[in-house]
Write a protein of this length. Structure first.
Length: 277
């Protein structure tokens, strides 16, 4: 087992919301995604990544071209504070993507179709009428899927999650990670002595969270919009994407360097689990 610490940053794209008031299905409605995607970026050199992103941000803020752009004004707390793909201008986005391609980072993601999740919950309710859907359970399931095979090889792991809401869920996340590692190692007859720490931070306070946001955004554009040009550009930094609900294979489909994910491939996904339109 290698002894050095490994740094991961974790964030989600989309949301775990399925139902609204009075049981109305919200999936696909404005403001509610079709998919929930959880991604992590493994960072080889955090100091270099932090310095590079901060230098780029200062350079852009000093450029007269962006002088009157609202997102570049500190009081608006957007690009002037940290990079966030949804809020950043296309010109800024291109520079950030280009910078990330030069960094020592590796991206992993798991994708769940919310209509499939709704079907599972609905079927479960038939057997257990008292059950109540919990968005945190949906999120924690993705945490287990994302990290099951990642927490036993090194001596220590430093895992930073993007803050979600106002509640502190550090203990629940720790339990999800411990459960995932234990299950994987037991199934493969692997022993482990590694430790890990969990933090919850704002993206403005951690460069790794800004990096994972950008890579998630490129993946989300494919699943929600059917657009793969950003994903194609950034694919060299993608280690794997596990589409858990693609019924063409029993356990979903794993995309990686040997099997790239594209809009054409995703368009062949069975329609009953929410192919992009």
């Amino acid at each position: 087992m290698v002894s050095e610490a490994v740094c991961y940053c974790v964030d989600e794209a989309g949301d775990p919301t399925i139902w609204g008031r009075r049981g109305k299905v919200l999936i696909g409605c404005e403001g509610c995604s079709n998919y929930l995607i959880l991604g992590s970026v493994k960072i080889g050199n955090l100091a270099t990544l932090s310095h590079s992103l901060e230098s780029l941000r200062k350079e852009l803020l000093s450029d007269p071209y962006f002088k009157k752009v609202p997102s570049m004004q500190p009081e608006n707390r957007k690009t002037a504070v940290c990079f966030h793909a949804k809020d950043d201008l296309p010109e800024v986005r291109r520079d950030v993507f280009s910078l990330l391609l030069k960094q020592d980072i590796e991206f992993h993601a798991v994708v769940r179709c919310k209509r499939k999740a709704m079907q599972i919950v609905t079927d479960f309710l038939i057997m257990n009428p008292d059950y109540r859907y919990n968005v945190n359970q949906f999120y924690d399931d993705l945490v287990r899927r994302l990290f099951g095979d990642k927490l036993h090889r090194h001596g220590h792991y430093d895992i930073t999650f993007a803050v979600r809401g106002s509640s502190n869920r550090t203990q629940a996340l720790r339990q999800a990670l411990e459960s995932a590692r234990k299950k994987y190692c037991k199934a493969h007859g692997i022993g482990y002595s590694s430790t890990f720490t969990i933090n919850a931070m704002e993206p403005k306070d951690h460069a790794g969270l800004q990096a994972v946001d950008y890579l998630l955004w490129s993946l989300q554009r494919l699943y929600e919009k059917g657009e793969d040009r950003f994903l194609e550009m950034m694919w060299p930094k993608f280690h794997c994407v596990w589409d858990c609900d693609d019924a063409r294979e029993k356990e979903g489909i794993l995309y990686n360097a040997e099997k790239p994910l594209t809009a054409a491939i995703l368009a062949e996904r069975p329609a009953n689990i929410g192919s992009p339109e």
